[in-house]
Design a protein around this ligand. Structure first.
Ligand code: DQQ
Length: 565
């Protein structure tokens, strides 16, 4: 390059860069979130390597630093936090620069080795497009933020195993230490259409041996990615460190089922001697999911500070690539949730971490208000675009509930056919988020109660069909049953509402649904939040509490337009 062309190239770079910045500053950003994690700009997908180390929480994430759309050559974004609420952006932990990851640094996990030594195991796409597993350690373990990571020169430490396609072997879990003093790690793949959790063991984290049999496999389920494997107490809500195996714990195996982009999980027992996992139930399309809305590639970690297991996941957009380009970003992380085994040992329960309370202000509350057929109760005194709301309903005379058609037991289908506008007997009742004053726009999160096989069954729906006047959005309605007895229990709903996301927890966190929505009328001062009942039977709001949620400091780049508090 001549000197003149080099100067022109520099000018072009500078002008080009400022042009991008200028757009970012002047763009309206009504859909950027206030308390859900997102990077300053561009594309983000899976959370990676969540961990707590020396007083600091770390969140790494799949990032395309060059634009708001997915790219194969992923980087590891890196942010740190003291409270899991406010996050400071750091330099990328990895860029695809080495022969063993030159075509992408994709998902992986952290493990804390004895002596408090963090190590990352991640998938790299190598120069021959093979998915291989690589190790990295902090350059300076005394740096409080672990800004720089050094990749082991002997990478890859695990090559594609025999019989596995080179592009079907990815996303190592956090490793666990077995009684024999050796590490175990499991990595997702598929073999002859069976989803498999391939198991490896190692003494030193560098030399890994494949166990002949997978930890678990399911014929016909297709490729598994982003596995997670962790113990949960059989009794109590405390979390358990990943290496714990004893009769007081059960094990959860979570698999990202690629063909459906869904995170399913199983509960079962792990036998470390036989190196086998035995689940209580079989994996089917109706199996348990962490979340029945837009939610994928989740990852959990054990937080020793509050002795809990925390879960986060990638929440994709529901708008188009063109919208992502206009916004300059794409992708959120779900709000961190504590996760534990339900008392009945049949499912997990999830709940927003209590640190959200540091963002609460303007509490409003209500008790014992009857909602008759067709009533709307506006929740005033909060900021409807940034709110944490909890509401509980009590129902009486349930024997009048509709009978569920036994030929239609698919909850998502029932929710989309019987959307919030279709009157029932008990339900729909719940919340209308992001509602315009005339209700043209509304995101309805609601319940219906049916009779089925001699008992009562509670359906939870998130209905996006009227969430925006805009066309070309994915407005899929989501639904799932909530395992509670409405004769005995109140029916509770909590919703974290944040500009373009509604994260809903039914039945105290037994059923969770995330929806992405992009209102055009229900924005800024024009948005409302209502409790509603559109069933012929009245329902009693026993308790309602709502808080405005202050804006957290999340990866703030002051040059970028952010959602208003
Ligand atoms: N995303 C990563 C992969 C993972 C997939 C690539 C799941 O490692 O399997 O960005 O969303």
């Amino acid at each position: 390059m001549t000197t003149t062309s080099a100067i022109w190239f520099l000018i072009f770079l500078t002008v080009g860069f400022h042009h991008v910045r200028y757009n970012a500053i002047t763009l309206e950003q009504p859909y950027r979130t206030a308390f859900h994690f997102q990077p300053p700009q561009n594309w983000m997908n899976d959370p990676n390597g969540l961990m707590y180390y020396n007083g600091v929480y770390h969140l790494f994430y799949q990032h395309n630093p060059f634009g708001p759309l997915f790219a194969v050559q992923m980087y590891w974004g890196h942010s740190v936090s003291h409270d899991l609420i406010n996050w400071t952006p750091l330099e990328h932990a990895f860029a695809p620069t080495q022969p063993f990851d030159i075509n992408g640094c994709i998902s992986g996990s952290t493990t804390i080795l004895p002596g408090n030594k963090p190590v990352i195991l991640y998938t790299g796409i190598d120069s021959q497009n093979r998915q291989v597993q690589n190790v990295a350690v902090p350059k300076d373990p005394s740096d409080p933020y672990l800004r720089e990571w050094v990749r082991y020169t002997g990478n890859p430490v695990i090559n594609v195993p025999e019989g596995i396609q080179p592009d079907e072997f990815r996303d190592p879990t956090t490793a666990w230490l077995a009684d024999d003093g050796k590490w175990r790690v499991t990595i997702g793949g598929q073999k002859d259409k069976a989803g498999i959790a391939i198991l490896f063991r190692s003494e030193d984290f560098v030399n890994w041996t494949r166990h002949e049999e997978p930890l678990y496999e399911v014929t016909g389920s297709g490729m598994w990615e982003c596995l997670d494997f962790f113990p949960v107490h059989v009794d109590g809500t405390n979390g358990v460190d990943t290496s714990v195996t004893n009769p007081a714990v059960k094990h959860v195996l979570k698999m990202g089922v690629y063909d459906y982009a869904r995170d399913y999980y199983l509960i079962g027992d792990y036998n470390p001697v036989k190196e086998k996992y035995v689940s209580q139930d079989e994996l089917t399309l109706d199996s348990l999911r962490y979340d029945y809305g837009k939610y994928y590639a989740s990852k959990s970690f054990y937080d020793p500070v509050r002795r809990r297991r925390i879960l986060m996941a990638w929440v994709n957009e529901s708008d188009s690539d063109a919208d992502a380009i206009a916004k300059g970003w794409s992708g959120l992380q779900s709000f961190p949730r504590s996760v534990w085994l339900d008392q009945n040992q049949k499912q997990l329960v999830q709940w927003p971490i209590e640190e959200i309370e540091m963002l609460h202000e303007n509490e409003v509350s209500l008790r014992n208000e009857n909602l008759e057929d067709g009533s709307l109760h506006e929740i005033l005194g909060i900021t409807p675009l940034q709110v944490d709301v909890q509401i509980s309903f009590k129902l009486t005379n349930l024997e009048e509930a509709e009978i569920l058609d036994p030929s239609r037991l698919d909850p998502q289908l029932i929710c989309s056919e019987m959307d919030a506008s279709k009157k029932g007997i008990f339900g729909p009742f719940g919340l209308l988020a992001f509602a315009s004053h005339d209700l043209t726009e509304q995101t309805a999160i609601f319940f219906r109660v049916f009779q089925h096989n001699g008992r009562y069954i509670v359906l939870m729906c998130s209905d996006q069909s009227r969430s925006s006047t805009r066309k070309g959005l994915d407005k899929t309605t989501y639904g799932a049953f909530v395992d509670i007895d409405p004769q005995r229990d109140e029916i509770s709903l909590r919703a974290l509402i944040d500009h373009s996301i509604v994260e809903s927890f039914g039945g105290g966190g037994k059923t969770c649904i995330i929806a992405r929505v992009y209102p055009t009328l229900a924005t800024r001062d024009e948005a409302h939040l209502f409790a509603f009942n559109n069933g012929t039977k009245s329902v009693l709001i026993t308790e309602l509490s709502a808080w405005s949620v202050k804006k957290a400091r999340i990866n703030i780049d002051e040059t970028i337009g952010c959602a208003d508090a």
